[in-house]
Design a protein around this ligand. Structure first.
Ligand code: SF4
Ligand code: SF4
Length: 398
C-alpha cells in the first residue's frame, strides 16, 4: 500500500470514476464558481494578500485573490513578488495552513460560576461554526488535513470541535503550477498533484494568450457545482498543457528528502552529535510547529476573573519546543534545546509512523521558510544520514 493511500481518511470523499472526465472553463467563469458556492451557503475561504504574505481569509470575488502575485521562499525567508501575468494561483504556499479553520488556536471548553454546579453549555463559535468552502487547497495540504482527520477523528476519542468544523467542508483543490524553494512534497509522494480528498480540483493554465482552468470533480457535490458553470470538454491539447504544468512543478522542487529507512535512521541516531549542532542554532521559538499543517498539540489553561466568581477552561495550541510542554513534577522532561528539536524531528519522521501509519510531514516547507534562523529539516536529516554508522570518535576527529 502506498503512503498516499494510507493517508486517505475513511470518511474522505471518494472519487467517482464517472465524474473523473476533465472539463475546461475560462477565467471569466471563476466568479460564478465563487457565487455558486456562496449561494449554497458556503463561506468561501481562499488566499488573499495581507501584510506582505498570503493569508487564507474570506473571499467573495476573484479580485480578492492574489491576482498576479507569486512568492519566493528559502530558509528563513519569504517574500511576495509580482508575476508578469494575472494568475489567481501563481504562488506556492503562505505561512498559514488551513489548520486554524479546523483546529482553532484557542477554544473555550467550558465556563462556570462559583456556587453553580452546572457548567454552561459549549459557547459559540465552536458549537456552530460556518459552513466552509476552502479554495486553492494544495495537494500537500489535503494530505495534512487527512493526517489531522486521523488524529482528531480516527481514534477512540473524537474531537467534537474539529468534527463540527470538518463536517461538510467543501474542498476546491488547485494542483501546483510551480514549486517553492522550500517544497519537497514530491519526496514524500504528497504532491504536487491532488489525487484524493477534494470535491473539485483545478489546474490553472495561462498560455498562448489564453487563461483557463482544467477541472475535475471528486464527489457528487463537486460535480453539481461544476454543472452550474459554463464548461467545455477539455481538448487533448488543453489536458496536455495542464499535465505539463504539474509535471514541471514536480521536477523543480526546491528541496529533497531521502525517505529510505528514515524511521530506522533517526531511531538509531538518538545520540548523534548533529542534535547538538542544530541546538546551537535553534531559538526554540516554536515557529515551525505553529506554521506546520500537521502539528496538533495543545495545552489546557484555566482562568478566573478578578472577583473569583467566574472560571473558564481554554484549550490552546502548544508546542514541543517549550519547556512547559513536557513539565511534570520536578521539572521539564526536555530541558535542553537539543532534546526538544530531536523530539520534534523524530516525531515527525519516525514515531509518527508508529502512531498514525504515515509520516507527520507532508513536505510543505513552511517550517524551513518561517524558521527565523533558516533551520532546514531536510538538511538535518541529510547530515545525519551522511555520517550514519560512523562512530562518535570518528566524527569528532573528522
Ligand atoms: S527550528 Fe527554527 S522555527 Fe523551530 S523552534 Fe528552532 S528556531 Fe524556531
Ligand atoms: S514538518 Fe515542516 S515541511 Fe513537514 S509538514 Fe510540517 S511545516 Fe511542512
Amino acid at each position: 500500500m502506498t503512503q498516499r493511500r494510507q493517508n486517505r481518511p475513511p470518511h474522505s470523499p471518494s472519487p467517482r470514476a464517472a465524474d473523473r472526465g476533465r472539463v475546461r472553463f475560462d477565467r471569466p467563469e471563476f466568479g460564478r464558481l465563487l457565487g455558486g458556492l456562496a449561494a449554497q451557503g458556503y463561506q468561501v475561504i481562499g488566499p488573499t494578500v495581507r501584510d506582505g504574505a498570503l493569508v487564507y481569509a474570506s473571499v467573495t470575488s476573484p479580485d480578492e485573490l492574489p491576482v498576479g502575485w507569486t512568492d519566493e521562499q528559502t530558509g528563513g525567508s519569504y517574500c511576495l513578488k509580482r508575476r508578469n501575468d494575472a494568475a489567481l494561483f501563481g504562488y506556492t504556499l503562505g505561512p498559514q495552513a488551513w489548520k486554524p479553520y479546523l483546529h482553532p488556536p484557542t477554544v473555550r471548553l467550558w465556563r462556570a460560576r462559583a456556587g453553580h454546579r452546572e457548567l454552561d453549555r459549549l459557547p459559540e463559535p465552536a458549537a456552530d461554526p460556518p459552513k466552509y468552502a476552502f479554495l486553492g487547497v494544495r495537494a500537500c495540504e489535503l494530505q495534512a488535513i487527512a493526517i489531522q482527520d486521523k488524529v482528531f477523528l480516527g481514534g477512540d476519542f473524537v474531537d467534537p470541535w474539529y468534527r463540527r468544523r470538518r463536517e461538510g467542508v467543501f474542498l476546491v483543490a488547485v494542483h501546483c503550477g510551480q514549486a517553492g524553494g522550500t517544497c519537497f512534497c514530491a519526496s514524500l509522494n504528497t504532491g504536487p498533484k491532488a489525487t484524493f480528498g477534494f470535491d473539485l480540483a483545478l489546474t490553472e493554465v495561462i498560455e498562448a494568450g489564453r487563461h483557463y482552468f482544467v477541472a475535475e470533480s471528486g464527489t457528487d457535490r463537486g460535480a453539481a457545482v461544476l454543472r452550474d458553470l459554463s464548461t467545455q470538454p477539455a481538448t487533448p491539447a488543453e489536458l496536455a498543457a495542464a499535465d505539463r504544468i504539474v509535471a514541471d512543478a514536480a521536477a523543480h522542487m526546491g528541496r529533497e528528502l531521502d525517505t529510505r529507512g528514515l524511521k530506522e535512521l533517526l531511531t538509531r541516531n538518538y545520540e548523534h552529535p548533529r542534535w547538538d549542532d542544530v541546538a546551537g542554532r535553534c531559538l526554540t521559538c516554536a515557529n515551525c510547529t505553529m506554521v506546520c499543517p500537521t502539528c496538533f498539540c495543545t495545552t489546557v489553561e484555566e482562568v478566573t476573573d478578578l472577583t473569583g466568581e467566574h472560571a473558564q477552561r481554554w484549550r490552546k495550541w502548544d508546542s514541543c519546543f517549550t519547556t512547559e510542554f513536557s513539565f511534570i513534577h520536578g521539572g521539564s522532561v526536555r530541558a535542553s534545546p537539543r532534546s526538544r528539536y530531536r523530539q520534534w524531528l523524530t516525531h515527525k519522521l519516525a514515531t509518527w509512523y508508529d502512531q498514525f501509519g504515515t509520516a507527520g510531514c507532508v513536505g510543505c516547507g513552511r517550517c524551513i521558510a518561517w524558521c527565523p534562523v533558516g533551520i532546514d529539516l531536510t538538511e538535518e536529516v541529510r547530515a545525519i544520514r551522511r555520517s550514519d554508522g560512523v562512530t562518535l570518535a570518528q566524527q569528532l576527529t573528522a
